[in-house]
Design a protein around this ligand. Structure first.
Ligand code: GCU
Length: 689
């Protein structure tokens, strides 16, 4: 039985004997020259993969030992290689694509696979490039693509591709639904859990090159010598996989562990403290990646405690990094009670600071303006801070998307944000171009996914949660990939090769996010979930420590209608967007139904572009959304013969819970909103899906 531990790195024997023979003929040896540690990892991974997939042991040789009558795979670090961000992803996008204007041009991580003199040559400027090339090559085999005349060039479009762990020193994971943390701090540095290496392999296989080990609501402990030794031990496992470690820092650390009376960024002693700490970190971890900071947000300390701003704080840390090769990732997730529409607050605090950040600073912005809701418009900061590299932060752990119970594939959500047009420099100024740095020619670029990983045997709790980890890495590497193609690739590598089953499962994945939106927050409803836990519906929530944590603050249901008016007549958050968007989203007639209630308070009887009045459309979406979970169940039932029995039963059972909870959402929301609309539930509903 498949316990899910191996993720998508299943190197099971290729069943088709003639295809296997073809592969075997092209892979009779591996040549890997040099001692670069990541290159050695690449060679070992290739050997391991071929051993499993081809059921043949393939020797790793030096150039001199190579037998010229045989065909094999040569891994070659070529210092002159200049692999720009063009991708021939024949198996993913179906056609050759060229994009020369990427910031990742000539990336040291880019690789090329070419057929030369009968051998397959994988080349790139660094060991990491070769490791990515090897995983791409193995992926060809895992998805049963031909190797003959293989020509593949690929380079990451985004430089910093990070997972953010929200893991605490005591082993809990904030918003984690897959068990406790995989980091066993009390055992480190002496005991290295073998799982760390499997984690590194999985990340490297999808191009992730950095991990923030601890929660943004940070403990100062990680900066102590005791913990730095532990962090260094983890870094030692990740380094051979081309992965650097980063830490979230507590702003008040100089006070909490440094014995100072302040953490004012303009105080010389505070500056010295950070500079000294940073030097100590680099002594322990020479390739340390840098700091992630949540400051003056949700009660966390920050520079504003001393009348300073975010740039003062970020720049002080950038100075502390000095000559070290590290970055400061400063989060823009800030909002305060009672200061107007929460939608606008990060923009108001950060946009005026554009141009004030030091070169080592990236500002990390969540995909949407509120907080990882099932569907949000893109964050208005994208496109509004041209002089600052902006990182995109997405959440892989499903805090607002049904935890590890609901099957929700996030590829479409991430892609929707990346493809959103900010119009910052005219049409085509997508969030992707802001984030990869190509729109403003930034030297650095980054993307972060809040990890959904825990100590559960299958890593992510829900087996399909693995697809979200996978899709994040693939899109971080190349945002032009299609989420549907990534879903198919993941399915084939992880679940089954059987074509009809691959099709059915891929369909379920692709539809799953929009189904979830329909039975929870259709038409642009948001933030109506259960308090604190963030699970299940609680649209009636009127009392909380703060008004902007209640549901009624967001849905604004009354006898007239539903939705948050963010036009000029309301909070005017729409004014934060480019004129083209202001115009499109500003009128209910042209605003896409999916975003309607984000921006408008509409009468219950208002006729929508779908032809139905608002109330009827709302009910239709809740009902068809919930019914579509039955469709997901049927699709899943049909693939039973093609999928591992244990895994199949697990997902099938979760889909039953999901349906029960979809009905819960539907009934809770429809019946609650009906107390305002006072209209009957229209029936019958159109066929789901
Ligand atoms: C959400 C989440 C918190 C988290 C915060 C953040 O609000 O509920 O647990 O700390 O995001 O991103 O900082």
């Amino acid at each position: 039985a498949d316990d899910g531990y191996r993720l998508w790195l299943k190197y099971d024997r290729v069943a088709d004997a003639s295809l296997r023979a073809q592969y075997q003929a092209s892979a009779q040896f591996i040549v890997a020259e040099g001692q670069d540690v990541v290159l050695r990892t690449a060679a070992a991974e290739l050997q391991r993969g071929l051993q499993g997939l081809l059921d043949q042991s393939v020797p790793v040789l030096n150039q001199a030992e190579k037998n010229s009558t045989k065909r094999g795979i040569i891994l070659r670090i070529d210092p002159t290689a200049n692999v720009s961000a063009q991708t021939n992803t024949a198996n993913v996008s179906g056609k050759k694509k060229t994009n020369s204007a990427s910031a990742a041009k000539g990336s040291p991580e880019g690789f090329q696979i070419a057929t030369q003199g009968g051998n397959l040559v994988v080349s790139g400027r660094s060991g990491a490039a070769l490791l990515y090339g090897v995983f791409a090559l193995l992926r060809q085999l895992q998805t049963r693509q031909p190797l003959a005349n293989l020509a593949l060039t690929s380079s990451p479009r985004i430089q910093y591709r990070l997972l953010n762990h929200w893991d605490n020193p005591n082993g809990t994971v904030e918003r984690g639904y897959a068990g406790s943390s995989i980091w066993k701090w009390q055992e480190l540095p002496e005991r290295i859990d073998p799982r760390y290496e499997d984690y590194a392999r999985a990340n490297a296989s999808i191009g992730i090159n950095g991990v923030v080990l601890n929660n943004v609501n940070a403990s100062a402990r990680y900066l102590t010598p005791e913990y730095l030794r532990k962090v260094a031990a983890v870094a030692g496992v990740l380094r051979p996989y081309g992965i650097r470690v980063y830490l979230s820092v507590l702003w008040a650390a100089p006070k909490v562990i440094g014995g100072l009376t302040t953490s004012d960024p303009l105080n010389p002693q505070v500056q010295q403290w950070w500079a000294h700490r940073t030097d100590e970190i680099y002594k322990t971890i020479p390739d340390f990646g840098g700091f992630l900071v949540k400051a003056n947000s949700e009660g966390e300390p920050g520079p504003q405690d001393y009348g300073r701003n975010h740039a003062d704080g970020a720049n002080m840390l950038a100075r502390a990094l000095g000559q070290h090769d590290g970055a400061v990732m400063w989060r823009a997730f800030v909002y305060q009670a009672g200061s107007g529409d929460r939608f606008k607050q990060a923009y108001e605090e950060f946009q005026p600071l554009d141009g004030k950040f030091a070169p080592k600073v990236l500002v990390q912005v969540k995909n949407g303006p509120i907080d990882f809701q099932a569907r949000e418009p893109f964050h208005p900061l994208f496109g509004a801070m041209p002089r600052t590299p902006l990182m995109l932060e997405v959440q892989l752990t499903q805090e607002y998307l049904g935890f590890a119970t609901h099957l929700v594939y996030l590829g479409p959500l991430i892609k929707e944000c990346l493809m959103a047009d900010t119009y910052a420099k005219g049409p085509g100024s997508t969030v992707a171009k802001v984030v990869d740095g190509s729109l403003e020619n930034h030297a650095v670029s980054g993307i972060a996914g809040v990890a959904n990983i825990g100590a559960d045997r299958n890593w992510t709790g829900h087996p399909v949660g693995q697809a979200n980890w996978y899709a994040f890495g693939r899109l971080a590497w190349d945002h032009t990939l299609s989420p549907a193609a990534i879903a198919e690739e993941w399915t084939r590598m992880t679940l089954t090769q059987e074509p009809a089953a691959v099709r059915s499962i891929t369909q379920v994945l692709n539809e799953s996010r929009s189904i979830y939106v329909r039975y929870t927050t259709p038409l642009g409803l948001h933030h109506i979930m259960g308090q604190n836990l963030h699970y299940g519906p609680e649209p009636w929530l009127t009392k909380s420590a703060r008004p902007d944590w209640t549901a009624i603050y967001y849905h604004r249901a009354d006898s007239v209608g539903l939705g948050f008016d963010r036009t000029a007549m309301g909070s005017n958050a729409l004014a934060l967007y480019a004129p083209a968007l202001r115009q499109r989203w500003g009128s209910p007639a042209t605003c896409p139904p999916d975003f309607l209630l984000w921006f408008h308070h509409l009468p219950w009887g208002q006729k929508l572009s779908t032809g139905r009045p608002l109330w009827d459309e709302l009910c239709t979406r809740y009902y068809t959304g919930a019914d579509s979970v039955l469709w997901m169940q049927r699709q899943w039932a049909a693939v039973q013969p093609a999928v591992d029995a244990e895994l199949h039963a697990d997902v099938a059972a979760r889909l039953q819970v999901q349906h029960r909870e979809a009905l819960w959402w539907r009934d809770a929301c429809v019946l609650y909103f009906q107390t305002f609309s006072r209209r009957p539930i229209p029936a019958p509903f159109p066929k789901p899906i």
